[in-house]
Ligand binder design. Sequence first.
Ligand code: UGA
Length: 464
Amino acid sequence: MAIIALKCPEIEVAVVDISAPRINAWNSDQLPIYEPGLDDVVKQCRGKNLFFSTEVEKHVCEADIVFVSVNTPTKTQGLGAGKAADLTYWESAARMIADVSKSSKIVVEKSTVPVKTAEAIERILSHNSKGINFQILSNPEFLAEGTAVEDLLKPDRVLIGGRETPEGNKAVKALKDVYAHWVPEDRILCANLWSAELSKLAANAFLAQRISSVNAMSALCEATGADVTEVSHAVGKDTRIGPKFLNASVGFGGSCFQKDILNLVYICECNGLPEVAHYWKQVIIMNDYQKNRFVNRVVSSMFNTVANKKIAILGFAFKKDTGDTRETPAIDVCNGLLGDKAQLSIYDPQVSEAQIQKDLSMQKFDWDHPAHLQPSGPIDLKQVSVVRDAYTATKDAHAVCILTEWDEFKNLDYQKIYDNMQKPAFIFDGRNVIDVAKVRKMGFIVYSIGKQLDEFLKDMPAVA
Ligand code: UGA
């Protein structure tokens, strides 16, 4: 929304939320999310044509176009539990829009939603419309965290789906005109509503599938002595495949990949396509396998027990350059190690202690509900300490696990770290950031995803 405000000075953009603390943060110098370049954009527009407000109904009533970006968590109970998207927040937003509207509006789905959500929303709006005309558009977001501003300024594509009727086409054109302020016309794709909704799920599923494919190869590389970095380099040189998204890792995280694929799986099942559902489910199964495999590798390498051993966790965010921990693989890895009674000392440059404690105490999928429905109050896991630098985290530790690819982890003084650790000293690199040969020379026993195994680890079971 801030980019729309920046690029379309004649359009007034009001961002509304029922959470006063969140809106206050958007109106302050400390924005509630960390995203490179966003501060500048907000500062340039705030108070001119960009406003943040808790007066939800007033602004919705006044608007010509309403973008809806509410949470769509995975259901944890009832029909479709563990897979289907919970549309409670979307439905209440639609009812509120219908209640407060006095003039015709274009309602844009921005949150990722299951295919055919627009149809349900359309029904809610039209049954409560008091004769007002609502046009529903799907305009899925393809930005990635950490590069959001750049992605929005120079998108690969903008996708707008609408009804194939004269009113639908008019609404699509109105939204297209907004983006045309800065996006070249050939990058603005128009589609029918269902294609647009499905394209979002499909794009994320394809991206996640690449990671699961390379992670599957990483297990085979370890078993055969191949090097996954060399394999993905060779594979990615094929211009039909391309080099992006082929980095083996401890697993993908983030608020979207798993959720969107589960959603896709559920839609396939509901449409009587179990083989298709099974195909996509395998992407998640492989991701879970990769996280478990990492934990098993740590435990089995350390003589089959980590009980009461101090393990340093470097990195907790789901990827570098963000403080976001939603579905981060670090949660599953830490919980796995805690299950084996390890003592964890965690350091991440951007994630707070409160967030880490909360993440390790929360039930799966709870993060996707509004703050007041998440566990509150101080949570203090006795086996977990959160520290402010990598050297404190690793002091007296038996092992180091690298779970996020922060640049600073490449340049740490590993000799100093080695000297201050218990021996034998282990490094488990879940992101392939360290120079394996160099730290091995220092005396570390090193495991790096998809790389040739250390002699010391060769006799250990690959998966306990
Ligand atoms: C992802 C998509 O990339 C965006 O296009 C999409 O708009 C967004 O989800 C969304 O639906 O909101 P994001 O979750 O911000 O963006 O992060 P990614 O850069 O895609 O990374 C996702 C996860 O995959 C991270 O944990 C990352 O470390 C991991 N990853 C990525 C790998 O393990 N290997 C790779 O080669 C690339």
